[in-house]
Design a protein around this ligand. Structure first.
Ligand code: ADP
Ligand code: ZN
Length: 519
């Protein structure tokens, strides 16, 4: 008689209960069906294929792109008494032959293999002479160009369906937005697969987003109340990481820098200290975090906008793995959008990639500027419907006040339009405020009908209006990254008076204020 999944969960892995949808997933595979599993990091994806591989006859073949993680998994499985092995470029010829021999002899329960290895004609023919219990495709989002981890070889994994039609397949990922999901289904021919979508909510994380006006002061205020706690501070550039770590240390907060510009010995030393010690603050670029599993990270702070909602979710998700309350805190400014647009424009990527990057940046900006529950928006980015208020985000705790800004929005959009959609927000604000510089007269912009029609609001308020219009998709920045503003398809509705625009209170004119420039 076959061992029951529950017996294996208990005797091999030492757990008493399945978690979430694990049991249903395991049963689906044991019954010979396909599965697509969307589960956040730490949710327990591995057991979903490990247990059915042990219950079913034959060897479970696990495709994984991460060599380092392969090794960890195999070590842990062997420790638990499972016959597991891996095949990747880190093995010598002798070792590889031995693994292949064991595979053919039916001695392995689980074999981890890198996709490029799996796809070799030699390995595929080896598999044809093997009894395969199932195929598990880990990090399945690698088939998608929408994500950051695109791996062309992953698209060829379709061959598994074609050549081994009888073998159940399970694809797993922690990236769950709808486009990625659709691409996985299509590229891996998983139309018949049952989909298991877990909630991506991290109820113990509190989300806060604010405008950056004095980054040091704001970060210090935030950290002051968290003395002695472990956390990560993310910044966009290596220089900013170094500088921030230095002044935090000066301010008496133990902080270490981490970015790809440091030599690997320093990076490793800093990472080790972060993992072992209590109360360290790691100041880092996105280079830090992959595979970091420290349960008691109490906060993740962003000094700049991350690249995308997935990035934000992954980065903030490193906080509170122990399920105790944790903070995701972010400050940002309009300049981030310009910097990021420039980075995208100047990158070597193909145009299609750049277009995707811009769309991602826009959705993150919309999140940052949102007035509704942040959790609602964050989860919506992963295709999940959540009804706020959650009570654990800044917008729920203190709902932002909004005001009817239709008229200023119309002024802003028409100033962009009348000046030919060739200028950035700085110049357009000067037009609105009636700045009488020689540049203005040289360009003839002092003769525009929109010149000076916004003198009732100061520069800071206008900047807020522009930022929010960008976030709402009523304006877009140029693809080249110069910060030039253009109207969008939806701008017209506002211009002709068919759409009301409500903005956050911070842009509201409280008084007819003097013209003033501040950073
Ligand atoms: P993922 O691959 O989704 O990031 P893992 O498979 O690595 O997650 O599992 C995360 C952690 O949860 C591991 O330490 C694992 O042993 C543990 N875990 C998984 N399933 C269970 C369970 N049913 N009961 C208790 N712990 C579990
Ligand atoms: Zn909320």
């Amino acid at each position: 008689m076959l061992p029951s999944p529950h017996d294996i969960l208990h005797s091999v892995f030492g757990y008493t209960q399945f978690r979430g949808q694990q049991q249903a997933i395991v049963e689906q595979l044991i019954d010979g069906g396909d599965a697509l599993v969307l589960m956040p990091t730490g949710g327990g994806k591995s057991l979903c294929y490990q247990i059915p591989a042990l219950v079913r006859q034959g060897t479970g073949i696990v495709v994984s792109p991460l060599i380092a993680l392969m090794q960890d998994q195999v070590d842990a499985l062997r420790e638990a008494g499972v016959a597991a092995a891996y095949l990747n470029s880190s093995l010598g010829a002798e070792e590889q032959r031995e693994v292949e021999r064991r595979l053919l002899a039916g001695e392995l329960n689980l074999l981890y293999v890198a996709p490029e290895r799996l796809l070799t004609p030699r390995f595929l023919s080896l598999l044809e002479r093997t009894e395969v219990a199932l195929f598990a495709i880990d990090e399945a989002h690698c088939v998608s160009q929408w994500g950051h981890d695109f791996r062309p070889e992953y698209r060829e994994l379709m061959v598994l369906h074609q050549r081994f039609a009888q073998v159940p397949r399970i694809a797993l990922t922690a990236t769950a937005d709808e486009r990625t999901r659709d691409e996985i289904v299509e590229r891996l021919a998983l139309q018949q697969a049952r989909q298991f979508v877990s909630s991506f909510d991290r109820p113990n994380i509190r989300y806060q987003v604010g405008l950056r006006h004095n980054a040091r002061r704001q970060l210090l205020d935030f950290l002051e109340r968290r003395r002695g706690e472990t956390g990560i501070v993310y910044a966009l550039s290596r220089r900013k990481v170094d500088e921030t770590a230095a002044w935090l240390t000066e301010a008496g907060i133990e902080a270490l820098p981490y970015h790809a510009g440091l030599d690997s010995a320093t990076r490793n030393a800093h990472q080790r200290r972060f993992l072992r010690e209590d109360g360290l603050v790691m100041v880092a670029t996105v280079a830090f975090g992959m595979g970091i599993d420290k349960p008691d990270v109490r906060f993740v702070a962003h000094l700049d906008l991350p690249r995308s909602m997935e990035g934000y979710y992954q980065e903030t998700g490193r906080a509170g793995r122990d399920s105790l309350p944790a903070d995701a805190w972010m400050i940002y400014g309009l300049s981030d959008v310009v910097t990021m647009s420039q980075m995208i424009a100047q990158s070597e990527s193909a145009d299609e990639r750049k277009r995707i990057e811009r769309l991602k940046l826009e959705s993150l900006l919309a999140y940052a500027e949102a007035t509704q529950c942040r959790r609602e928006l964050l989860l919506a980015a992963f295709g999940e419907t959540f009804h706020g208020p959650c009570g654990r985000c800044d917008n729920c705790i203190e709902p932002p006040k909004t005001w009817d800004a239709t008229v200023p929005a119309q002024k802003a959009l028409s100033a962009v339009y009348r000046s030919g959609q060739r200028f950035g927000s700085g110049h357009v604000i000067d037009i609105l405020r009636g700045d009488d510089s020689t540049r203005m007269t040289d360009l003839g912009h002092d003769r525009l009908s929109t010149f000076g029609i916004g003198a009732d609001m100061d520069e800071k308020q206008w900047r807020s209006v522009f930022r929010q219009l960008l976030a709402m998709g009523l304006l877009e920045a140029d693809a080249e990254g110069y910060g030039t503003l253009r109207l969008t398809k939806t701008s017209r509705d506002v211009l002709v008076g068919n759409r009301e625009v409500r903005l956050r209170e911070d842009a509201r004119p409280v008084r007819a204020s003097r013209k003033r420039r501040d950073s």
